[in-house]
Ligand binder design. Sequence first.
Ligand SMILES: Cc1cc2nc3c(=O)[nH]c(=O)nc-3n(C[C@H](O)[C@H](O)[C@H](O)COP(=O)(O)O)c2cc1C
Length: 223
Amino acid sequence: MSPELPHRYPQAQIDALYRAIRERRDMRHFLPDAVDPALLERLLQAAHHAPSVGFMQPWRFLRISDRALRQRIHALVDQERIATAEALGQREDEFMRLKVEGILDCGEVLVAALMDRREPHVFGRRTMPQMDLASLACALQNMWLAARAEGLGMGWVSLFDPVALAQLLGMPIGAEPVAVLCLGHVPAFYDKPMLEQQQWATRRALDELVFENHWPDGEGTST
Ligand SMILES: Cc1cc2nc3c(=O)[nH]c(=O)nc-3n(C[C@H](O)[C@H](O)[C@H](O)COP(=O)(O)O)c2cc1C
């Protein structure tokens, strides 16, 4: 018999949480409507309530309200999109047909970055300094789920040269942009990952990715 769970949420709230997890999508198609500032604030609060290594809260958010700056960010992303296509070799044409961002269309663009002067934060990072990045990713996932529940789409864009973007945004040495976030109203949420709809990739079976006690023998697990 399963033990009692006195701290469990009511079933409808649990269902809503799993629904947001299941129905969250990376969005690239947006409507031009503005995002309500109070809603944007709720999403940023959701991000800010994420866990972080040593409670260092390494996330910083830049709201891009200047249209010309948004265009320059888009140009950086497009440059990297072309370089990525070339690096893909055989799949170059297929990649170029994918829509990989909605920067010029969405209601709000934010840049999520890691703060500068992270070196003193060794609690939980001494052997794995990348735990700051993991913390920022937790914040972005919170925001993504909250946005989905609120009916707003979010797209995470990582196709850019971080040095060039840091320079464009006047970031100090040591700070690193990690994501260009497209946020906004959407015509509809994709019912599957867009990369699955476009036959770029498929979701793997979970049991291929969960092991017991030892890494499985054989040629590896990447295919
Ligand atoms: C760290 C990270 C970076 C990503 N960068 C991009 C990107 O540059 N362009 C893009 O179209 N999607 C990007 N994505 C979204 C993924 O393509 C997407 O999450 C994946 O295809 C699964 O789809 P889903 O998020 O709708 O479930 C990124 C996602 C993550 C987590």
